[in-house]
Design a protein around this ligand. Structure first.
Ligand code: NAI
Length: 329
């Protein structure tokens, strides 16, 4: 039976993958993340299954290949943590789950926006203590406000549709606009200038890294809300931190550029040395969640089924449908 080394396995991964596996593969769940020191654990396995905060650089991929790995199956949509050029050179196909539930992430983005704007997280804690004061809980109507959406793929479109349901004006920027849609595309500068809320739904690439930086923030409206449920590296966090004192009204962050090693783990009894994160956490106008946009039953079911189908279809018939294509830049 084909053996899968499943890195960074959590209890919920085991439950959903065991249900989807139905005896097809021998899955070895490893608690550890995949990195330079743990790559050797995959020796003797044909397949490695990895996630968003695993390291799949050229050294790790080389170790995996030498240990007999033939397939990399990412159980996520993003693949910015994989060196695709190295994988290609090593003849290691890399699969992903391009779509599982765009609604899960879009709904989480809207949930964060509503929570931070209307201070629901504070109200919840207050009323638990019989504190029924409204002081400090003032928000604004979303109706009639302008949302700027960067990246109008599956998640961006789901987010746009929810925003329209709220009666918001939507403008968008995409490097590859969907000309068949009725989305109102504008330039990035116009989006920065006119948006009350900016939500990021593009992938992390060389072009999009630190898209939100000191310069772009300077072009934004005072009081703008920034929502990032895409990848942490899209935002230059130091610049955002400074701007939260005056320019930026609120930041909803499901992802953080230095999240690897922190997110998905209980660090509540540890001293956190990441000063930027510590400062962000203390800001009243910041809401952080731990890369949980995808975390619904529907999405986890689809992720497990597609990941295992990708492996099975490739090994049985060479099907490359969900393989990530390497394009030289
Ligand atoms: P998608 O591939 O359907 O859409 C991405 C869109 O971004 C495309 O329309 C593409 O043309 C656009 N784009 C590419 N380069 C761009 C650029 N330089 N500037 C502006 N737009 C650009 O991807 P999908 O499924 O909508 O996912 C979007 C992102 O959401 C993923 O890349 C991933 O980073 C993130 N994600 C986060 C999750 C979470 O749990 N928080 C879960 C799943 C995805």
């Amino acid at each position: 039976m084909i053996k899968i080394a499943f890195f960074d396995a959590k209890e919920y991964d085991r439950a959903f993958f065991n249900a989807a596996n139905d005896g097809r593969f021998q899955i070895e769940y490893l608690d550890t993340k995949l990195n330079h020191t743990t790559a050797q654990l995959a020796q003797g396995f044909e397949v490695v299954c990895a996630f968003v905060n695993d390291t799949l650089d050229s050294t790790v991929l080389q170790t995996l290949r030498e240990g007999g790995v033939r397939v990399i199956a990412m159980r996520c949509a993003g693949f910015n943590n994989v060196d695709l050029s190295a994988a290609k050179a090593l003849s290691l196909p890399v699969f992903r789950v391009p779509a599982y539930s765009p609604y899960a992430v879009a709904e989480h983005a809207v949930g964060m926006l509503l929570t931070l704007n209307r201070k629901l997280h504070k109200a919840y804690v207050r009323t638990k203590d019989f504190n029924f004061s409204l002081t400090g809980l003032l928000g604004f109507d979303l109706h009639g406000k302008t949302t700027g959406v960067i990246g109008t793929g599956k998640i961006g479109k789901a987010f746009i549709s929810i925003c329209k349901g709220f009666g918001m004006n939507v403008i968008a920027y995409d490097a590859y606009p969907d000309t068949r849609s009725d989305i109102k595309y504008v330039s990035l500068d116009t989006l920065f200038r006119d948006s009350d809320i900016i939500s990021l739904h593009c992938p992390l690439t060389k072009e999009t890294r630190h898209l939100i930086n000191r310069d772009s923030i300077s072009k934004m409206k005072k009081g703008v809300y920034i929502v990032n449920t895409s990848r942490g590296g899209l935002v230059e966090t130091g610049a955002l931190l400074l701007a939260l004192d005056n320019k930026v009204g609120g930041a909803c962050l499901d992802v953080y550029e230095e999240e690897a090693g922190l997110f998905y783990e209980d660090n509540s009894t540890r001293y956190i040395q990441d000063e930027v994160l510590s400062l962000l956490v203390t800001r009243p106008n910041v809401l952080i969640t731990s890369h949980q946009g995808y975390f619904t039953e529907d999405a986890l079911t689809a992720i497990a089924e597609t990941t295992l189908d990708n492996i099975e279809n490739y090994l049985q018939s060479g099907d490359m449908t969900n393989a990530i294509e390497y394009t030289a830049t």
